[in-house]
Design a protein around this ligand. Structure first.
Ligand SMILES: [Zn+2]
Ligand SMILES: [Zn+2]
Length: 724
């Protein structure tokens, strides 16, 4: 009798046994429909056995083993087992969670989607938007999308649900043609540029490592051509008949990268995987990866689990980016799992960044990873970075005379400027100057942010929103003052100072609408904007060739963050923002308004000396006993009352100390934001200088906590936490 052991998406960490006559070890990794409770569920066969410990009369039979798609390989399952054990998450949830949503339902995959892509013909590419009727929004949208690159038919169906007649019309006019994905050269096919000596050396090193596990840190200053190194390494992997996995932090960056990759490898099937795709498209792309048809797979963190039978190379771009770490459920780091996967599969992994995580940099200088450096910027010289001392300048609306003069110069020369302030809204708080009342969220330990255009006080943590009071709720004073600056207030001030300038605000509020960001990007590229005011949405990866001045406002707060990674994140963020300046042929300028113009972080930034910054920061971390010199895990608890959460954590701390006195168990403390969305939150940190010791400890500790009878608090364990 064949017994299958099935992973199901349930919150208990166990496998479920079923009878499955006719199933064999060849079915390991396949989906299976089984009875579960009174319903049926889709799981994945993880093991087979001859006998079960479940009494025969209680053992149920599986309904159906689904053989429509390639199964997860033994290696895929090995990676998932590692993730489940390392991050203490049920294996079933990890395995089922790695499937595209549609495959988690018993209905199974739908019809085979077509692989065709729509492309602009030469006539279509030459078409000016003004040739289309101005009111025909759908036509403009379609043209704009096609100008970015080939439009897969599956994507066309989701983006333009009623677009078939429109696309037909474009085809009749000879603007659009349909082709097999990856078939036939596109008119836009690009040729690889000549590499610099440093790029060529990096490519040689990586290509020399194909076929075995080799971790690399590609440390390249902004605009040093890291992407070109990835593309050459991918080309070598393709030539060797291998698939490449390219992980990127942001969904917003994948379309641009996709176009770049498709133009370079027009004959190769390339797919992307991220949460912004429609279900059908994600399934189709996943299937192409799993069957080996897609040779290049790009995606955000979730793509790290994609089955890739011929995997030969993994690249993680912007490896320091915090979006590689999932904050809920399986709290994994896709960057770290990419390294684990590369080791398990015996393939090279390239971690690329201008400002690597200190953990990664430490691995490189201690020679666990090979360090490949791209020290030279290609094209324009690096921007000059200067601080403006806001203690001595006479500020108006939070803007210094030097900054205003620089902005006036940019406008006069017809260039573009970016004013960066990492805070949306009008003002971070509303204050009553007579009694000291401040707008606070009743559900969070946070202040309500004033949003002026929509006249709302908003909590950025729980979503609570209310109109601002007409008078102080405490003392009746009608003159409430907005304190501090957000993007809306900076925009308003700039409109006042430069009434003739075209100013565009870009933050989460203005880009919420689908495709809003796309429209804005086109306006910026068309030089339809003089000054951009924006948050970190603007920091990442986008090239704006006419942007020559970047001004940074209010960055000092991050220097004194309670989180020890605050300065590291600030350095990375400011490097990215500064990198936007002077991308084309002219040298850019970066002005940082600060009360601390001599702070070592700004000094290192001005020298563009990541390695100097990192080495000083690592020395501090070593001194203070912080990662990467120790390994940490954070136990978080939430309860209606803070005392309950702390009591639970105190019990956990006692249990931990009894388990292994050589693992440091700190005392429970309230979270940095003790109250959030009506819940009181506390946390307990454990750490050890030995990763293996901590791993063993966490296994036993997690079991003890899971089986403790009193758990009045909701709790989660975060291994290698990034947020405190
Ligand atoms: Zn008052
Ligand atoms: Zn709130």
């Amino acid at each position: 009798m064949t017994i299958i052991r099935v992973a199901l998406d349930v919150p208990v960490d166990k496998l479920f046994d079923y009878r499955a006559p006719g199933a064999s070890t060849a079915d390991i990794g396949r989906r299976v429909v089984v009875p579960f409770g009174r319903k049926s569920a889709v799981g994945v066969i993880v093991e087979t056995a001859e006998a079960s410990e479940v009494p025969a009369e209680r053992l149920k039979s599986a309904y159906d083993v689904l053989r429509d798609l390639p199964p997860f390989s033994v290696e895929d399952l090995r990676l998932m087992r590692f993730a489940a054990e390392y991050y203490h998450h049920p294996l079933g949830a990890v395995v089922v969670g790695a499937l595209p949503t549609r495959l988690r339902r018993s209905a199974g995959p739908s019809r085979q989607a077509s692989h065709g892509v729509y492309r602009l013909t030469a006539a279509g590419a030459a078409l000016e938007p003004s040739a289309l009727p101005p009111r025909a929004k759908a036509q403009h949208r379609l043209l704009a999308r096609l100008e970015q690159g080939p439009l897969p038919q599956a994507e066309a169906r989701t983006l333009f649900p009623k677009g078939q007649p429109l696309i037909k019309q474009f085809m009749t006019r000879g603007w659009v043609t349909v082709a097999e994905a990856g078939a036939g050269a596109t008119p836009a096919a690009s040729v690889a540029p000549r590499l610099t000596a440093a790029q060529a050396q990096a490519v040689t090193d990586i290509v020399g490592g194909l076929g075995s596990y080799r971790p690399y840190l590609l440390l390249g200053v902004t605009s040093s051509g890291k992407t070109e190194v990835y593309l050459h390494a991918i080309a070598a992997a393709l030539e060797a008949g291998k698939q490449s996995l390219l992980l990127v932090p942001e969904i917003a960056l994948t379309p641009q990268l996709e176009v770049l990759v498709e133009r370079r490898f027009p004959d190769t099937r390339t797919v992307s995987l991220h949460s912004g795709l429609a279900e059908s498209e994600r399934l189709e792309n996943w299937r192409a990866a799993a069957t080996g048809q897609a040779r290049i797979v790009m995606g955000t963190r979730l793509a790290v689990f994609t089955p890739l039978p011929a995997l030969g190379l993994i690249v993680v771009d912007e490896e320091q980016d915090s979006s590689f770490k999932q904050a809920e459920g399986l709290r994994y780091s896709a960057r770290d799992l990419a390294v684990v996967r590369a080791r398990q599969r015996g393939v090279p992994v390239v971690l690329g960044s201008a400002t690597p995580a200190l953990e990664t940099y430490h691995n490189a200088i201690s020679r666990r990873y090979t360090l490949l450096a791209l020290p030279e910027r290609i094209g324009a010289p690096p921007p000059t970075i200067r601080c403006i001392d806001t203690r001595i300048e006479k500020m108006t609306d939070g803007l210094s005379p030097r900054l205003l003069a620089a902005l006036a110069g940019v406008i006069a020369r017809g260039e573009q400027a970016l004013v960066f302030i990492n805070r949306r809204g009008y003002a971070p708080v509303l204050l009553c100057r007579s009694c000291g009342w401040v707008s606070a969220c009743h559900r969070c330990s946070a202040q309500l942010v004033l949003h002026l255009p929509e006249r709302r006080l908003r909590c950025h943590h729980c979503g609570h929103a209310a109109p601002p009071p007409a008078a102080c709720p405490e003392c009746g004073n009608q003159d409430l003052a907005p304190i501090g600056h957000g993007t809306q207030r900076v925009e308003e001030a700039l409109v006042r100072h430069f009434p003739q300038a075209r100013i565009l605000r870009i933050d989460r509020d203005t880009t919420r609408r689908r495709r809003a960001w796309e429209t804005m990007r086109r306006r910026i590229e068309a030089r339809d904007v003089d000054i951009l005011v924006g948050t970190q949405i603007l920091a990442k990866g986008h090239d704006f060739p006419h942007l020559n001045l970047v001004a940074v406002l209010n960055a000092d707060g991050q220097l004194y963050s309670s989180d020890f990674r605050g300065p590291e994140r600030l350095y990375a963020l400011l490097t990215q923002v500064a990198g936007r300046a002077g991308r084309a042929s002219t040298q850019g300028e970066v002005l940082i308004q600060t009360e601390l113009p001599h702070h070592p972080l700004y000094a290192a930034l001005a020298r563009q000396d990541y390695r100097g910054f990192a080495e000083a920061a690592l020395a501090e971390r070593r001194e203070a006993g912080f990662p990467p010199f120790v390994y940490q895990a954070l136990l978080r608890a939430e309860a209606p009352r803070l005392a309950t959460a702390l009591e639970f954590l105190s019990g956990a701390a006692r249990a931990g100390r009894a388990l292994d006195a050589r693992v440091t168990t700190y005392d429970p403390v309230p979270a940095a934001m003790p109250r959030r969305a009506g819940h009181e939150r506390a946390q307990l940190l454990v750490q050890s200088a030995e990763r293996e010791r901590l791993r063993v400890f966490l296994g036993a500790w997690h079991d003890a906590l899971a089986h403790s009878r009193v758990t009045p608090a909701r709790w989660t364990l975060d291994v290698d936490p990034l947020e405190f």
